[in-house]
Design a protein around this ligand. Structure first.
Ligand code: B1M
Length: 212
């Protein structure tokens, strides 16, 4: 069994300590950090997601797998960052109000930092006003919103509205993402950019900051 498969399987079992050790070993063996992330950690998390959907596993199993995912991601973080260049811009990121899912948001943050962006992490359950206030006070070029629930994705539209009301809409880009979100929704709420995954979000943000 390859070490990436071992990472995936141990993540699914929620074995955070073993996942941490295996990720370190994979780095030492010369696997690219992006490959460890996608074929090890993300693969395991996707399988858990499918099992959760099919009621084959329940919230506690998902939680321990998520913790193992975060522990493994933390090990990879400096290696992903090594590929980055000096800060090309500043963004704030958060999971929108009512939504506590933060694994995808943390990955986006990590990838953006890997691209040399300074990222202010507002955490989860972030009110639209907090995104706007942070963007103004911290002079952010981009507000990044993540949502995983169909019941919370609408909050992203509120962020766009509040940015308009605060008079910063022409100064700050609004990027959105998360499983229930797509390009059509992005256009519908008047946000600037939808990307389907963390890597393309980081590319889009870095490109925007470099051009402005
Ligand atoms: Co939740 N959950 N969950 N959950 N959970 C989902 C999202 C769900 C699809 C599961 C299902 O039913 N099949 C479902 C939503 C259904 C819907 O809305 N249509 C769901 C539900 C219903 C719930 C609860 C309501 C369950 C309950 O209590 N009855 C509850 C809600 C709590 C709340 O938020 N208020 C809940 C709770 C939880 C846990 C706490 C147990 C846990 C979260 C732990 C944590 O995040 N710390 C959890 C998990 C882990 C999931 C699943 C299994 C996995 C989500 C995940 O982390 N995926 C998920 C099922 C699934 O997705 N298959 C599910 C991995 C992550 C890397 O992907 O976040 O999509 P994702 O990020 C991707 C892209 O979307 C993108 O980049 C990442 C990859 O590169 N991306 C962006 C994300 N943000 C971006 C921003 C960008 C750009 C790209 O630009 C700014």
């Amino acid at each position: 069994m390859s070490i990436l498969t071992e990472i995936s399987e141990n993540l699914q079992k929620g074995k955070a300590k073993i996942v941490k050790e295996l990720v370190m070993q994979a780095v030492e063996q010369g696997y690219a950090p992006e490959e460890i992330l996608s074929k090890g950690l993300l693969d395991g998390m996707n399988i858990i997601g499918e099992k959760f959907k099919a009621n084959e596993v329940y919230v506690p199993e998902v939680l321990v797998a998520a913790r193992a995912m975060n522990v493994g991601s933390q090990v990879l973080k400096p290696y992903l960052e090594q590929a980055g260049v000096k800060a090309v811009g500043r963004v704030c990121i958060g999971t929108v109000q009512g939504d506590l899912h933060d694994i995808g948001k943390n990955l986006v943050k990590m990838m953006m930092e890997g691209k040399g962006l300074e990222v202010i992490d507002l955490g989860t359950d972030v009110a639209p006003e907090t995104f706007i206030q942070t963007a103004i006070e911290q002079n952010c070029q981009i507000i990044c919103c993540s949502a995983l629930l169909t019941t919370t994705m609408g909050v992203m539209g509120e962020v766009v509205k509040k940015a308009e009301e605060a008079g910063i809409r022409d100064k700050v880009k609004i990027m959105i993402g998360g499983a229930p979100v797509d390009e059509a929704f992005c256009r519908q709420i008047g946000a600037d950019c939808y990307t389907p995954d963390a890597a393309s979000a980081a590319d889009a943000a870095a490109a925007f900051c470099a051009a402005n």
